[in-house]
Design a protein around this ligand. Sequence first.
Ligand SMILES: *Cc1c(COP(=O)(O)O)cnc(C)c1O
Length: 489
Amino acid sequence: MIYQSTRNNSEQVNSAQAVVKGIADDGGLYMLKDFSELNFDYKSVLNLTSMETAEKVLSALLDDFSKEDMHRMVEEAYRGRFETDELTPLVKVGDNFVLELFRGPTSAFKDVALSMLPRLMTQGRKLLGKEKDTVILTATSGDTGKAALEGFHDVEGIKIIVFYPDGGVSAVQKAQMVTQEGNNVCVCAVKGNFDDAQTGVKNAFADFRNSGIDSVELSSANSINIGRLAPQVVYYFTAYSSLVKSGEIKVGDKINFVVPTGNFGDILAGYFAKCMGLPVNKLICASNANNILTDFITTGIYDRRRDFYKTISPSMDILVSSNLERLLYLLSDGNADEVAGYMKDLNEKGIYKVSDKLLSRIQESFTAAYCDDETTLKTIKEVYDKENYLCDTHTAVAMRAALDSNTEGKTVVLSTASPYKFPVAVLSALGEKPDDNEFRVMDKINEITGVAIPKNLSGLETKKVLHTDVIEKDKLTEYVLKKVAQKKW
Ligand SMILES: *Cc1c(COP(=O)(O)O)cnc(C)c1O
């Protein structure tokens, strides 16, 4: 099976290379040209467990990995590491269904993909005969860092360095990262904001390339890697199976998914599932006040020349959604020149407009909605009062879209974080005044609602701090080079 760059059809790789390289040399993203060659029969997974479904779906998308290896990797990634072996349970909430993606080791939906990616990378490197160690560099605004640390710690042949903005993450997020155990992990605060950390990481990649050091290879764990998208396709199938098993739908009935969206990875995985034959009516793209995708899906104009808002659903505070490029590629029937043109306009002018044909194809599968912080808080309260279900802020944005939608068919809302990951906003939504100490805020939510605090979050306050490095924002390269030279971390 061939993956090719969204910007140049002659840049082609197999699935193992796509995972190991992450991004194409021309800056494009690796993508299948179409899904029909997969010949995937969704009915064949309806009676399987979540982990069996993962094996089938991942083997279909990444066919260079043997069935035996895929089985082993799925077991290592998921068995005993999630709160339930179902991995991502589906819960009925009023007339809708909530797909809980946050039952993993760090209580964030990114666990689903970041538990699997390190294993795919290691195995991919073996298949390609690469022997050097890989060092993963990640800048995080909070959630990705911990999920990556949890996924990569103690994985053979890989080391990981996570940079977070000093004072720029919540107390809980910081505690999650600085207590991370493992002999191949390193966590470092950067004096600056998230953009400084991210720019520092980008510069470190460039500086490293120019340094001539070739004892290790650098790589990243961000969501443009196809090895992060593929594991997310799985839960669209398990959600559907679950509705069939519980008698809510018959095989073949079309359903909708509402996805709280940032970088467009999660919702794109839903579109992959649809392309693989899953009966999906609409994918509803839910945004916060940064509603650039709502505008794009309704008008075909992507205009990033606008204000950026910091909201209470920070993982969706994003103006350039990288994975959208893959959708444009698929829906233009693999027209890499057309896609490259849009991306050039975005870079140079900050705006592009897709063709009418492309827009109408987008609208066949997608609709969009957004809400602001005030409505997000009201929705948390409304759903809690009416249905006795506690949403986090990101999930509430999607829940609002579901409640306001009149699309035909049953609707599944993807829940991307535990309410305990954003406790201050959640407690104030319930009408209480939050304490300064986030751990007390969690206790208070627990007292009021009785919803259990996830184990990985409850013991944090007293866990041993293992990482205390803090550096200036222009010192990332220096730090990385020093680390790379050290034998023992
Ligand atoms: C990353 C994230 C999202 C956005 O997912 P994308 O794949 O980037 O669209 C939504 N909610 C939470 C809690 C996240 O961590």
